[in-house]
Design a protein around this ligand. Structure first.
Ligand code: PLP
Length: 395
């Protein structure tokens, strides 16, 4: 058998998101692309901001000598300094370029961080619902994902966290705004979390790192502000990317930012550089590092996402679907009207509406809708949602 047992196991537990996306391709071939309403993948249809196109044009017309060569594995010092300066301005924390490692998106940033931190069998705590790839990333580096519950507002339960932290706990991985729930953690919650991690680290005699996965931090609605975990806990390592805020997921550009006062900062930074190199990323794409340097304060249109969210939320709740109004990111996570979320999304699929079952995020009984798509797809999905809502007596 050519593939290893671990890879075969990983493939059989493969992502529901990808599975639905691929089934969508088959349905589109059969029924026509305009008849299928694909709300499965978080792949933004918006184009990057005009400033990005100008930067690319400027680089093409005025190439920087040596711009396609190898570089330091951590990335260009000028780009790292630009990222640090933006972060310092936003957080009030004195980040400098030396705290930043440029990566191939948040996915690489997570893998580099986990490889650096995790000894065989160490536990990484995550909360359900979670981004499903976390499981694979943690297992890549022989860590054990320890899944803990959230409360009825999808906030991590701190009592459960307090009980779960033990000698094997290496880090806690959080994601706000959250994929899939759309929840945005607030300062008060992060303050309690920071206090708990501080106390537990002191008791255990080793730091528990807080990995803060922040790719949606600019996609927040109704004037809600992003609360920075790094302000509440010094042993915070940010992983981020421009996949969502600049709509560049195919370009693979992101970064790791370590708090300047983080425990064992120097050794961790050396580890990140080593792992970026030896995982085979080598460095983040050169042209993207040049392009995003001046775009640190730019974001795609939030108003457009908010309009899509409002339209879908209003229509679905009027049909009787039950959900928390998402505060950020571009997902909704309603309850399924029957306990079997896979059976429910199959019903929607019969109506050519594609969503993802909650069990793909460790939370059966819910389903995820991704609304970063064209208006006509969102509008076209409504009749399928209504038909299935009627079938289950919601409206
Ligand atoms: C919560 C979360 N983290 C990380 C990623 C990976 O993002 P990137 O494209 O930057 O690797 C995604 C992508 O959808 C995500 O939703």
């Amino acid at each position: 058998m050519p593939a290893s047992d671990r890879v075969k196991r990983g493939m059989t537990e493969s992502s529901w998101i990808r599975r639905m996306f691929e089934e969508g391709i088959t349905l589109k071939q059969k029924f026509g692309a305009d008849k299928v309403f694909d709300l499965s993948l978080g792949n933004p249809i918006v184009e990057p901001p005009a400033e990005f196109t100008s930067e690319i044009r400027r680089l093409a017309e005025n190439p920087i000598p040596g711009m396609h060569r190898y570089m330091e594995n951590a990335g260009y010092p000028e780009t790292r300094a630009a990222v640090a300066s933006q972060l310092a301005g936003e957080t009030g924390i004195k980040y400098t370029g030396s705290d930043i490692i440029m990566t191939c998106g948040a996915a690489a940033a997570l893998n580099v961080t986990l490889k650096t931190l995790v000894n065989h069998g160490d536990e990484i705590i995550i909360f359900s619902p979670y981004f499903a790839e976390y499981f694979h990333y943690i297992s890549n580096h022989y860590g054990i994902p320890r899944v803990l519950p959230t409360d009825d507002r999808f906030l991590p339960r701190l009592d459960a966290l307090g009980e779960a932290i033990g000698p094997k706990t290496r880090a806690l991985l959080i994601n706000s705004p959250n994929n899939p729930s759309g929840v945005v953690y607030q300062d008060e919650f992060l303050d309690q979390l920071g206090t708990l991690l501080h106390e537990k680290s002191a008791r255990l005699g080793h730091p528990i790192y807080l990995l803060s996965d922040e790719p949606y931090k600019r996609l927040i609605y109704d004037g809600v502000k992003f609360a920075y975990p790094s302000r509440h806990y010094v042993n915070t390592i940010i992983v981020n990317s421009h996949s969502k805020d600049l709509a560049l997921p195919g370009e693979r550009i992101g970064y790791i930012a370590i708090h300047p006062d983080c425990s064992d900062r120097a050794e961790l930074l050396d580890g990140f550089v080593y792992c970026n190199r030896t995982l085979g990323f080598v460095n983040a794409p050169a042209i993207m590092q040049h392009a995003i340097r001046r775009l640190q304060a730019i974001t795609v249109s939030i108003a457009d996402y908010q309009r899509k969210r409002d339209f879908l939320y209003e229509n679905l709740t009027n049909m009787g679907y039950s959900m928390l109004k998402p505060q950020g990111a571009f997902y909704m996570f309603p309850k399924t009207p029957i306990p079997d979320d896979v059976a429910f999304i199959r019903e929607l699929q019969q109506e050519l509406v594609l969503t993802v079952p909650g069990q793909g995020f460790g939370t059966p009984g819910y389903f995820r809708i991704s609304y970063c798509t064209d208006d006509h797809v969102i509008e076209g999905s409504l009749s399928g949602f209504r038909k299935v809502a009627r079938k289950y007596g919601l409206c």
